[in-house]
Design a protein around this ligand. Structure first.
Ligand code: FAD
Length: 416
């Protein structure tokens, strides 16, 4: 059923009783061409592009809980393509272009809102680094603007410009960046994939892999065995657990990241603003809540909840950048389990085990990557070769030393 204004009006006359479910709820079949494990944004986008771009429709998407129950439904919804390194920039710009046409493509309102992403800087050295990043972006055809203090003051007069420790000297602005409603992205991909024939199977946990002559030929699940020619993993923070089932050791650590939402206030924040002297980012939802987050909790965990010291730390950063936030009440917070790679960049590649493919290492930043991640993972699964914008995301780069260390912090997953 296509969504449109006419359809809405027609349904209004019928008391909205004629809407069909957004996606089918099929029982698993004994076998498929491809199984994608993980019903987050990345898994669903992969299943959708397998069907749409490659005509591979005999696909099962297996999710242990409900779709969007992982990081896809827990993030702070920021999308941007302001990357520095050649391994990253074309990939994230590809993603940004897909975001720009996503709602028409999926026929679903994902509330993609290009309100701008502004990264503040607080010292001369940081300004030079921002100028360098902006220049690198523009060389790749991506929009970037270097703003000085007065420009930022006009955009966001409520910031603490003359803070003694962190005076604001300006910011790097990507106007095409912004936010998208995370769970609508999940639902939109699910509906579009299901329409093309993909079986979306919820409450179906993968508990083991079926192997024949070393090759993966299917999975064991809480709903029985399911066979497939190819199996792709897109399970974010659960990657190392799942890989353990097939004795695969990966350069991934799982860490908790928290997000916070305040009570709703009148429109205040024009886009996304990030603090340059700490890890703090904030935007305002359409309902009026301030949506913000900070750093990882700082220890390895598979729990989808965080600890109080990080709540205090993030609140302090918020007050340092915009003191008025001290008068706003915090409503909710939650945690997600991040798949932190050793260089802060993702992996989209074969594993050393035939028939098994890997999509992981998204760290803090995989929401913005959702469309391109699905596009490139589908390409790899369908053609057995990497997509050109994801060529650098190889698993063996940690052995060969071809790291993509966007932050220049070395093999410190807790800092990426
Ligand atoms: C608090 C927070 C804020 C963030 N903010 C941003 C942001 O502003 N911008 C940005 O770009 N990124 C952000 N991220 C990161 C982003 O959310 C993730 O990188 C991205 O969502 C990960 O991909 P995914 O959506 O496929 O993962 P998930 O949604 O976690 O999907 C993985 C799925 O696999 C399922 N699964 C696990 N094990 C199994 C199994 N054995 N069998 C079957 N299914 C299984 C899980 O239940 C889960 O649904 C944030 C993350 C968090 C937690």
């Amino acid at each position: 059923m296509r969504y449109s204004l006419l359809r809405l009006v027609a349904q209004a006359f019928k008391g909205h009783r004629g809407w069909t479910p957004a996606w089918r709820d099929p029982a698993p079949k004994p076998s498929y061409d491809v199984i994608v494990i993980g019903g987050g944004g990345h898994g669903l986008a992969t299943a959708y592009y397998l069907a749409k771009n490659h005509g591979i429709r005999n696909v099962a998407l297996l999710e242990k809980s409900y779709i969007g129950s992982g990081n896809a439904g827990r993030n702070t919804t920021i999308i941007r393509s302001n990357y520095l390194l050649p391994g990253n920039e074309p990939f994230y710009e590809h993603s940004m272009k897909l975001w720009e046409g996503l709602e028409q493509d999926l026929n679903y309102n994902a509330m993609v809102s290009q309100r701008g992403v502004l990264n503040l800087f607080h010292s001369d050295a940081q300004r030079d680094a921002a100028a360098r990043r902006g220049n690198a972006m523009r060389l790749c055809g991506v929009d970037a603007e270097l703003l000085l203090t007065d420009d930022v003051r006009r955009m966001a007069p409520f910031l603490d410009f003359d803070n003694a420790r962190f005076p604001i000297h300006g910011g790097l602005l990507q106007r095409r960046g912004g936010t998208a409603r995370h769970d609508a992205v999940v639902w939109g991909f699910a509906r579009a994939a299901s329409d093309l024939g993909v079986d979306i199977i919820q409450d179906c946990e993968v508990t083991g892999f079926i192997r024949q002559a070393g090759r993966v030929v299917g999975v064991e699940t809480s709903r029985g065995e399911i066979r497939a020619q190819k199996v792709g993993m897109a399970v974010a923070g659960s990657t190392s657990r799942l890989a353990n089932l097939v004795d695969l050791k990966l350069p991934i650590e799982s860490h908790v990241l928290q997000a916070f939402v305040s009570e709703a206030i009148k429109p205040l924040i024009p886009g996304v603003i990030t603090f340059g002297a700490g890890h703090f980012y904030i935007s305002q939802s359409d309902k009026g809540s301030l949506v913000f987050g900070g750093d990882l909790d700082g220890y390895n965990s598979y729990a989808q909840r965080g600890n109080l010291p990080t709540v205090e730390h993030v609140a302090e950063e918020g007050v340092a950048i915009m003191p008025l936030i001290g008068r706003v009440r915090m409503l909710r917070s939650w945690g997600g389990v991040m798949d932190m790679s050793m260089d802060g960049s993702p992996i989209i590649d074969h594993t050393p085990i035939e028939g098994l493919y890997l999509n992981t290492g998204w760290c803090y930043g995989g929401f913005k990557a959702t469309p391109a991640s699905g596009w490139c993972f589908a390409h790899l699964l369908a053609r057995d070769e990497p997509h050109e914008v994801a060529r650098a995301y190889k698993l063996d780069r940690f052995a060969t030393g071809h790291l993509i260390d966007e932050k220049g912090q070395g093999a410190m997953p807790n800092l990426h």
